[in-house]
Write a protein that binds this ligand. Structure first.
Ligand code: ADP
Ligand code: MG
Length: 724
């Protein structure tokens, strides 16, 4: 049996004709039968029960079921011709349909008739209007197809499915296409093994598709939804399980850390005690490294939880056993900082020299060439770098471990590229780190192909940090107070970060431009690094300010960070920066942070930013200055930030406020892109059950048939990803 269910991969052109297929492709990128059948209804309308207009939003495409209340023809005032104004009602409220010079529609649009009307609602003087809507009217039995539609639909059911639709494609046209496809479908291959279908009492796959698209009653919808969710979870978790076992099937060089002398030298040289979590995770990692099965581990821990130390200890195990390490960081600032902290920490190791080098895109050619040579000949132990490490010409003598910091900035493919840089056929061990911790159960699903370790304490963030919200709208006085507070902090000998959303003044707020159809007050300009610098320099001539942003060259950036960190050169008191400082920057003397236009930043971004202060022994102060905020979500976000400093709590909140699609959106494995009905957060308990069943199947002897069955879905998913 081929793994591909041939019906589901049939091209829609063949099934429903070129014209309809073309509009589906244009609107949704849907080209195959299976994809169309996965385009599930957004909601259902009970025939005979009108949809309420109260939640009809202006500016968004809608489909409503309504009854015609009145029809009127008016002569246009400016031009020749007529406007046909049709008032439709949900029984309480009214929406107007307008047609220009289409007087002939009067004969269809009779008072008292009901139907579906689709279009984008606009509002003029308090009247909601659909201009030239698509419509399909109900006849006494079934549905009249207006001349607008080109497909024949049968609307005999009691429940009408309403689909996510587009400007060109009305819900009922999608329904008609689905009807054709469903009618030609025979039996479909089921990715869920028969014994599990029986155990859970599920419908067959084909039955579930009929039921979700053309339900006879509400009970069918519930049962179909359950089965489809289960199927989504099943495929996702089975693929993850398979990916994991593939990764583990490769062979790695076992690195047992030799006699452990180097590691104990290092531990003894640390100015602090390792936390219990650091010890435990360290042990897990050491055990992984000592095996010839490649480690593929995610280390998640809040900002300041001390992941770097944990990773250095892993590096030392590998280096003492003769391997090299690559440390990948998303930005140059962070890569340089890693290099420097490695050099600092590794001073404690005296029994051997550990050679650390840096590779970034911005380095002079000669230096770069030397570093590449060192990596290849084995003349360096640790290579720290940015995306430059991924390049083909980067070779190692014997790469034993890859550490990826802030892994969410890298894709799965990039991980895969690094994994090919091992010696011969050997696969390096992999440790990826993230400071955007998500609940463990969520991590196990999204990162199902990795083992997960979690650090829960943040030893470096013992100092208290207070967070205050300050509004700029109409309260210039409170902002002045913020700058006075900054001056006091500097006078006390501390360092201050000021974060702005943009570099220069000319930049317009892109988000406001996008939503400009919706009425918002005149956009306020966004705070920029350059303007803030100019204005603060003028107001506080005795304070040393500097700017840091992505537009500066790397030499400049490095010099500024050194001066701000008190390492060398003339002192800097206040660093005015963009989010380049968001990741990893570690300046213990920094005690205060002011974020301007804080409403423009996401929660994990704000959390990361705030993690830059309170790192030393002194308490910190974080002031989130926000302008007019136009969504309750941004208000909720800022209040959550004020109330908690725990990354786990904040990510949970973020998931609640924004929904998982946005939070986990660009998840590393592309796992979410194939989910339609399953919600990782809401369905966690359920996912847990499926995970156990998958594990049993994996341990049993029918895993091969599971693989065969999900094969086609993997292929379909890959096709989807390519298109996206
Ligand atoms: P993150 O997990 O955010 O990457 P880092 O590894 O950068 O955190 O650690 C943040 C700070 O905490 C560093 O200055 C580091 O030296 C310090 N640190 C790490 N472990 C401990 C510990 N056990 N006790 C005290 N400070 C620690
Ligand atoms: Mg870090």
């Amino acid at each position: 049996m081929s793994g591909i269910d041939s019906f589901l991969s049939t091209s829609l052109k063949e099934l429903i004709g070129g014209k309809s297929a073309a509009s589906l492709e244009k609107a949704f990128g849907i080209t195959r039968a299976g994809e169309l059948l996965n385009h599930y209804p957004r909601r259902y309308i009970d025939r005979g029960r009108l949809t309420t207009f109260s939640n009809v939003e202006v500016g968004v495409p809608v489909t409503i079921m309504a009854t015609i209340h009145s029809v009127e023809t008016r002569r246009m005032t400016q031009k020749r011709g007529f406007i046909l104004v049709v008032k439709v009602t949900d029984g309480l409220d009214f929406i107007e349909l307008t047609f220009f010079n289409q007087k002939w529609r009067e004969k269809d649009l009779k008072v008292g008739r009901s139907g579906l009307f689709a279009g984008t609602v606009s509002e003029y003087r308090g009247v909601r209007t659909l201009t030239h809507p698509k419509f399909a009217l109900f006849a006494d039995i079934g549905l009249d197809i207006s001349q607008e539609t080109d497909a024949i639909t049968n609307f005999t059911g009691e429940i009408i499915s309403v689909y996510p639709s587009s400007q060109d494609l009305a819900s009922w046209q999608i329904q008609a296409a689905i009807d054709v496809v469903l009618t030609s479908a025979n039996e479909l291959m089921d990715p869920i093994p028969a014994e599990l279908v029986a155990k859970h009492g599920f419908m067959t796959k084909l039955e579930s598709l009929h039921a979700i698209h053309q339900p006879k009653d509400h009970d069918e919808i519930v049962r179909a939804t359950q089965r489809i969710k289960y199927e989504e979870a099943f495929i996702l978790l089975a693929l993850m399980r398979q990916r994991k076992s593939q990764a583990k099937a490769a062979i790695a060089h076992a690195r047992n850390g030799s006699d452990g002398v180097v590691l104990s030298e290092f531990d003894n040289s640390l100015p602090f005690e390792l936390t219990q979590g650091q010890r435990e995770v360290g042990k897990e990692i050491a055990q992984d490294l000592a095996r010839s099965i490649p480690m593929t581990r995610l280390l998640q821990g809040d900002v300041g939880s001390g992941k770097t130390i944990v990773s250095i200890r892993a590096m030392l195990d590998v280096i003492s056993s003769g391997g090299q390490v690559a440390l990948l960081a998303p930005t140059e600032v962070l890569a340089v900082q890693h290099l420097e902290s490695l050099q600092r920490f590794l001073k404690g190791v005296t029994s051997r020299t550990i050679r650390v080098d840096l590779l970034t895109g911005a380095m002079p050619v000669a230096t770069r060439r030397q570093v590449l040579l060192n990596a290849q000949s084995g003349d360096l132990d640790i290579l720290v770098g940015t995306h430059a490490l991924l390049e083909e010409k980067v070779h190692f003598f014997d790469l034993g471990l890859i550490v990826i910091d802030e892994q969410h900035r890298f894709g799965v493919e990039q991980r895969a590229v690094m994994l090919t840089k091992g010696k011969g056929e050997l696969r390096p061990h992999l440790l990826v780190m993230t400071a955007t911790p998500i609940p463990r159960t969520v991590a196990l699903t999204i990162f199902g192909d990795l083992d997960v370790s979690t650090l829960t304490e943040s030893p470096s963030l013992r100092a208290e940090v207070q967070t205050h919200l300050v509004s700029t709208s109409g309260m210039p006085r409170s902002v002045l107070r913020v700058w006075e507070r900054m001056a006091e902090e500097v006078a006390a000998g501390n360092k201050v970060f000021v974060v702005c959303p943009t570099i220069s003044r000319s930049e317009v707020d892109p988000k406001k431009v996008k939503t400009s159809q919706v009425k918002t007050p005149q956009p306020e300009p966004l705070a920029s690094v350059e303007e803030t610098y100019e204005s603060l320099t003028r107001q506080f001539p005795h304070i040393e300010f500097a700017m840091l942003h992505g537009g500066l060259d790397s030499h400049n950036k490095q010099e500024i960070m050194h001066r701000f960190g008190g390492l060398e050169g003339p002192n800097i008191d206040v660093l005015i920066a963009t989010t380049v400082i968001e990741v990893g920057v570690d300046i213990p003397e920094a005690t205060m942070m002011v974020v301007l236009n804080a409403e423009r930043f996401g929660m994990s971004q704000l959390h990361q930013l705030r993690g830059r202060i309170g790192r030393g022994s002194l308490p910190g102060l974080c002031i989130l200055v926000h302008g007019f905020s136009y969504s309750s979500a941004s208000t909720d976000r800022l209040s959550a930030m004020r109330d908690s400093r725990d990354g786990f709590i904040l990510s949970q909140k973020d998931l609640e406020i924004r929904g998982e699609g946005d939070v986990l959106g660009q998840d590393q494995s592309g796992a979410l892109s194939s989910l339609r009905l399953l919600k990782i957060i809401d369905d966690l308990d359920f996912i847990e059950t499926v995970r156990i069943e998958i594990e049993e199947l994996y341990e049993g002897n029918s895993w091969d048939s599971v693989l065969q069955a999900i094969d086609s879905f993997e292929i379909a998913r890959a096709q989807n990803l390519e298109k996206a």
